[in-house]
Design a protein around this ligand. Sequence first.
Ligand code: ATP
Ligand code: MG
Length: 389
Amino acid sequence: MKLLLIRIGEVALKGNNRRTFENALSRNMHRALHNLSVDIKKIYGRFFVYLYDEEHFYTAIERLQKIFGIVSISPVENVPLDPAKIQEKAVEVLLQSISTPFSFKVEARRANKNFPLTSPEINQEIGGYILNQIPASKVDVHNPDLILYIEIREEEAYIFHHFYPGAKGLPVGVSGKALMLLSGGIDSPVAGWMGMKRGLEVEALHFHSFPFTSERSREKVIDIAQSLTDYHPKITLHIAGFTEIQKAIHTTCPQSMGVTIMRRMMFRIADKLAKKRECRALISGESLGQVASQTLESISVISAVTELPIFRPLIGLDKQEIINNAIQIGTYNISIRPYEDCCTVFLPRHPAIRPDLEHTEKIENNLDISTLIENCLNSIETITLQTSY
Ligand code: ATP
Ligand code: MG
């Protein structure tokens, strides 16, 4: 059996919020570990995972590291509240983890004030015992190779020295539901992931322009959504046909306004679909200043068509920071596959950088907007993606 201590975030949460947070986290952990032999228990504001099959240690750690709401994970040894047993276990743990001569320090925390030794006394006693038992060890309080943590709790003591970083954030599901506009690019999956990180449940909407965009570019988006299921176990992906709209824009609107109007159509449709799916916000991968459609003027003209708030989690990130995130999340290698996106197909050479709302609306009078939206909504194909385990 291996015991994992799960530290949870947002410690400022109180009362009901705290309970909602813990319940969602517990649900998400059960879901992620459902086919491993485990028990999950909440003890004094933290979780413990009892992993019965040690072979699954790294699998469990990897899955837990993708669950939002977890700050860090430590494999721990639990010991009865008996100083003799604690020091024996401390030596055992050290011998298992390090072989060459090493320096260490003991850092005890006594949450249980009934324990006979104070924290400094524990540090001294156990440190001394370790030095005696392991001749290759020495104490270094400033820059040790290893810090051995000893936590004295109500029912037992925990010994550990390693922290696997968690994904942090809030558990998926505690912040309501949003619809993300998912292209095949690098940015939008990162934006969706950031929404998930703040506890949003997320559905995805993708526009494709078959036959101008290929089956491959559709598959690419499905693969991106699939890879996000590591963080959000079930993703509903809506794929909408955008060809008719792009043709209509291309034939009736000045080329320079194509991108702005195309984005406005996308957001109108997203707004309608979101309401139907009980999503209360939209998420987009727009940043600021990256391309012509991402100036403040463009963003405000585009935002004017929706009633729901649009979250743009990437607004303050540089491209390289977004790329680093995409690599970490695991979407980057899919996003750079070279298939065309619907936006690139009809891309004008000189898009308007500072569109004006009145002017844009005037041009749009040439489009039968409600019919185009209706047809697009009717074309939607919905697929559900789930983790492969
Ligand atoms: P991305 O890498 O996410 O495509 P980008 O930097 O290429 O972003 P744009 O192409 O201007 O920026 O797209 C801005 C945002 O509009 C995207 O992040 C995405 O949220 C949405 N979007 C663009 N194309 C599509 C599409 N085909 N389907 C759904 N949403 C899209
Ligand atoms: Mg794009």
